[in-house]
Design a protein around this ligand. Structure first.
Ligand SMILES: *[C@@H]1O[C@H](CO)[C@@H](O)[C@H](O)[C@H]1NC(C)=O
Ligand SMILES: *[C@@H]1O[C@H](CO)[C@@H](O)[C@H](O)[C@H]1NC(C)=O
Length: 258
């Protein structure tokens, strides 16, 4: 796990983040200012983006190249086809607005992820990205952290089994009234071992980044890890709804690979 040692945490709180319509607003984005898209690359990005959108709508994931630009797009494995489509369409539009002149750009939503670069990155573990951290702490950290470790262990194993396509989901009762929901999702171009590595890096950063928080999202370029004390993934049980997420407040913290 060399990455563990290379991981430099920039404890830079960018802005408070209040959840709104989950599938519409980007959770985070990153434009690599060390890269410049000239006119040709810019045109090729514009040609690549619709291919990424249609491929994602068709099969939930695509990694493809056009004219020297490598692009990858994916929806979270549990979301519906229509949520996936509206998410990835928004992502393709928004990324060009946010990063109009860079050739390396990434955008994270809760339901989808999209990136492109003139560097070929397919299959590589990349833990640069962001954390979204709930501003509230849990009331009983000792019990909570045990349940969290147990569910993360279970769903990380689930994610690396080939039929899961990098997705793992689980729940734990923390008390009679409180239930923990957790989800992991690897980008589907990763091998099983690389998926396991990305998830392990995310979970290993829980104590320093997400320590005792009621909810935390790890938005890495190669995997997404999230836990909350409310339902946020599909399928929902009959007594569950997504509405309980409203009002939760998050802080955004950047993660960069050294
Ligand atoms: C544009 O950038 C690409 C890759 O960075 C490079 O290969 C190409 O020669 C450039 N084209 C022009 C017209 O500068
Ligand atoms: C939450 O816990 C952390 C340490 O684990 C502490 O630094 C922080 O002040 C606490 N925040 C709240 C809102 O209680």
């Amino acid at each position: 796990m060399n990455l563990l040692h290379n991981l430099l945490l920039l404890l830079l709180i960018l802005s408070p983040y209040i959840l709104s319509a989950e599938s519409q607003d980007p959770a985070a984005s990153s434009c690599n200012d060390n890269t410049k898209a000239n006119a040709t690359i810019s045109r090729n990005i514009d040609t690549l983006l619709p291919k990424l959108v249609s491929g994602t709508i068709q099969s939930g994931f695509i990694a493809t190249s056009y004219g020297g630009v490598h692009g990858l797009a994916q929806c979270r494995g549990d979301v519906s086809g229509s949520d996936c489509a509206s998410c990835i369409e928004a992502a393709a539009k928004e990324i060009r607005a946010l990063c109009p002149s860079q050739s390396d750009a990434r955008i994270w939503y809760d339901y989808c992820f999209l990136r492109y670069s003139t560097e070929r990155f397919f299959g590589e573990v990349d833990v640069s990205g962001f954390y979204l951290i709930n501003t509230q702490n849990v009331t009983d950290p000792e019990v909570f952290n045990k349940k969290l470790a147990s569910v993360m262990n279970e769903i990380s194993s689930e994610a690396v089994r080939p039929p899961s396509r990098g997705l793992g989901r689980g729940k734990r009762d923390v008390s009679n009234f409180v239930r923990l929901y957790a989800l992991v999702q690897c980008v589907r171009d990763l091998s099983e071992i690389n998926c396991a590595q990305c998830l392990a890096v995310a979970v290993s950063n829980f104590p320093t980044v997400c320590g005792d928080r009621r909810g935390c999202r790890v938005l890495y370029s190669s995997c997404y890890v999230r836990y909350e004390l409310y339902p946020f993934f599909f399928p929902l049980d009959s007594q569950e709804s997504l509405d309980s997420r409203l009002g939760e407040k998050y802080e955004r913290v950047m993660s960069v690979k050294n």
